[in-house]
Design a protein around this ligand. Structure first.
Ligand code: ADP
Length: 417
C-alpha cells in the first residue's frame, strides 16, 4: 500500500452484527470524509433490505436483496457501490471484529495467521465471529488485492491490569482464556482521541470514566490513556443492565432455574441476551424512549429506568474508587448522547465526587454539561466507531496519521437513535 492512500483513496468499513451489516465509505484526502453509509438488515430472514444513504444529501435508497447469510450480502453491496461509482475507489476494507482474544491490542492487517486466530476464537463469540470471518473470507475471494484490517472491540482493554482481567474461578480457566476482555473498544478509542482533541493532554491523561450507553452499554475506567477496568467481561452480556441483556447476575440463578424449570444452558443464554435488561424488567420495550414515555403510568417502566440509572451510577462510583477519583466523565452512545434526563438521574447524588451538572448545558447535550465549578468535567461526545475503523485502516496501511479532525469538528452528523 503506497502512502498515497490518504490522498486519493477510499476505505470501506464493515460492521457485522448478528443479523445486520452496517457499512460506510470514506474518501481520503486532508482528512477522512464519509460519503456513503448504509446497512443490510434482516439477514437470513424474509425481507432482507439494503439501505444506502448519501451522507451529504441524507438521501436514502432502499432495495430488497436476497442474502441467506452475511457473505451473501457482499454481491448486492458491491453492485450498489459500483452503481454509485465508489467501487473502483476502494483501496482497503476495515472490519469491526468483536473479539480479538489475548493477542491483539491494536488493529491488525488480515493475514492467514490472523484468520486462523479468529477461527480459534470463534467459540468465544459464536453469535458474531463466524459471520465476521465469513465476510473477511468473501472479500479475500472476490477482491484479493484489497488489504483488509481487523479492528478489535477488545483491543482497547487488552493491557488492563491483571487484577481487573482475572475472574475469581479456578485458575486453570484463566490459562484457557476465560477472563475479562471488555468490549466497545472502538468507541472508547475514538472517545479518548476526541478527549485529547477537546480537552488536551492533561485531561486525556487524567482519571477518566467513559460511559458508552446504547442498546449495548458499558463503562470503562481509564488512567493515563490506558484502560484500567471495564464493566463487560468474557462476553458483552456482563456489566450494567442493557436494552435486552441482563448485565451482571448471581451465577447461582443458572443452577436454580435448571433445577426448578429445567432451563437449558442455551435457553439461559437466550434469556440473558435477548429477553432481559430494560425489556425483561419492563415487559414493554428495550428502548429507553418508550419507557420514559410510559413511566408516569406504568410502574414496570419506571422500575426498569430506575434500575438502569442506579447500576450505571454504581459503576461510576466503583470506577472512581478504582481510579482514586474522577477528573472527567464522558457520556456517549444513543442514550448517553441524547437523553438529558437519564444523564441527570445517573449523576444525581454524585456530588460527593465533586460532580455537579449544569441543567441548561445538559439539556443542550453538551459539549460540557458540568458547572464551571464542578471538580469533575462531564462531557457528551458523539462516538463514531466507523470513523475509528477508517482511521485505523489508514494509519495501519500508510503509517501516516489520518487526521480525521475536519469531519469531527464539523458536527454535521445526525443525532443517533
Ligand atoms: P447500539 O448499541 O445498537 O449502537 P445506539 O448507541 O444507537 O445503539 O443506542 C440506541 C438506543 O439509544 C435506543 O434503543 C434508545 O434506547 C436510546 N436512545 C436514543 N435516543 C434517545 C433519547 N432521546 N432518549 C432516550 N434514549 C434514547
Amino acid at each position: 500500500m503506497s502512502p498515497s492512500l490518504l490522498s486519493n483513496a477510499g476505505i470501506l468499513t464493515i460492521n457485522a452484527g448478528s443479523s445486520s451489516i452496517k457499512f460506510a465509505f470514506f474518501r481520503g484526502g486532508q482528512s477522512l470524509l464519509r460519503t456513503v453509509s448504509g446497512q443490510m438488515g434482516r439477514i437470513g430472514l424474509p425481507g432482507t433490505e439494503l439501505t444506502v444513504t448519501d451522507v451529504a444529501s441524507q438521501h436514502a435508497e432502499r432495495t430488497p436483496i436476497h442474502a441467506s447469510d452475511h457473505a451473501g450480502c457482499l454481491d448486492p453491496l458491491m453492485e450498489a457501490l459500483e452503481k454509485k461509482g465508489y467501487l473502483s475507489a476502494i483501496q482497503a476494507v476495515g472490519h469491526r471484529v468483536v473479539h480479538g482474544g489475548d493477542r491483539y491490542n491494536q488493529p491488525a492487517r488480515v493475514t492467514p495467521d490472523v484468520l486462523a486466530e479468529l477461527r480459534r476464537l470463534s467459540p468465544y463469540d459464536p453469535e458474531h465471529l463466524p459471520a465476521e470471518i465469513s465476510l473477511i473470507e468473501a472479500f479475500s475471494r472476490r477482491h484479493p488485492a484489497w488489504p483488509q484490517v481487523a479492528c478489535f472491540d477488545t483491543a482497547f482493554h487488552r493491557d488492563m491490569p491483571r487484577v481487573a482481567r482475572l475472574l475469581p474461578i479456578p485458575r486453570r480457566y484463566d490459562a484457557q482464556g476465560i477472563h475479562r476482555y471488555g468490549f466497545h473498544g472502538l468507541s472508547y478509542a475514538y472517545l479518548m482521541e476526541e478527549l485529547q482533541r477537546l480537552g488536551g493532554s492533561t485531561e486525556a491523561n487524567g482519571r477518566v470514566v467513559l460511559a458508552h450507553l446504547g442498546n449495548g452499554a458499558s463503562l470503562a475506567a481509564v488512567r493515563g490513556g490506558r484502560s484500567m477496568d471495564t464493566t463487560m467481561g468474557f462476553t458483552p452480556t456482563a456489566g450494567v443492565p442493557m436494552s435486552t441483556r441482563s448485565g451482571d447476575l448471581d451465577p447461582g440463578i443458572v443452577a436454580y432455574l435448571a433445577r426448578t424449570e429445567g432451563m437449558s444452558v442455551d435457553e439461559f443464554r437466550v434469556m440473558v441476551n435477548t429477553q432481559s435488561g430494560l425489556l425483561g424488567l419492563s415487559e414493554i420495550s428495550p428502548d429507553l424512549r418508550d419507557l420514559l414515555e410510559r413511566e408516569p403510568s406504568d410502574v414496570r417502566a419506571a422500575e426498569a429506568v430506575a434500575l438502569f440509572c442506579y447500576h450505571v451510577k454504581k459503576a461510576i462510583g466503583a470506577f472512581a474508587a478504582a481510579l482514586g477519583g474522577i477528573d472527567t466523565l464522558v457520556f456517549a452512545g444513543g442514550i448517553g448522547e441524547n437523553s438529558a434526563v437519564i444523564r441527570a438521574r445517573i449523576c444525581e447524588g454524585l456530588g460527593f465526587l465533586g460532580l455537579e451538572l449544569e441543567a441548561g448545558r445538559n439539556r443542550a447535550h453538551g459539549p460540557v454539561i458540568s458547572t464551571p465549578g464542578s471538580r469533575v468535567t462531564v462531557r457528551v461526545i458523539r462516538t463514531d466507531e466507523e470513523l475509528q475503523i477508517a482511521t485505523s485502516v489508514a494509519r495501519l496501511l500508510t503509517g501516516q496519521p489520518a487526521r480525521p479532525e475536519a469531519e469531527r469538528a464539523g458536527t454535521a452528523r445526525q443525532a443517533r437513535g
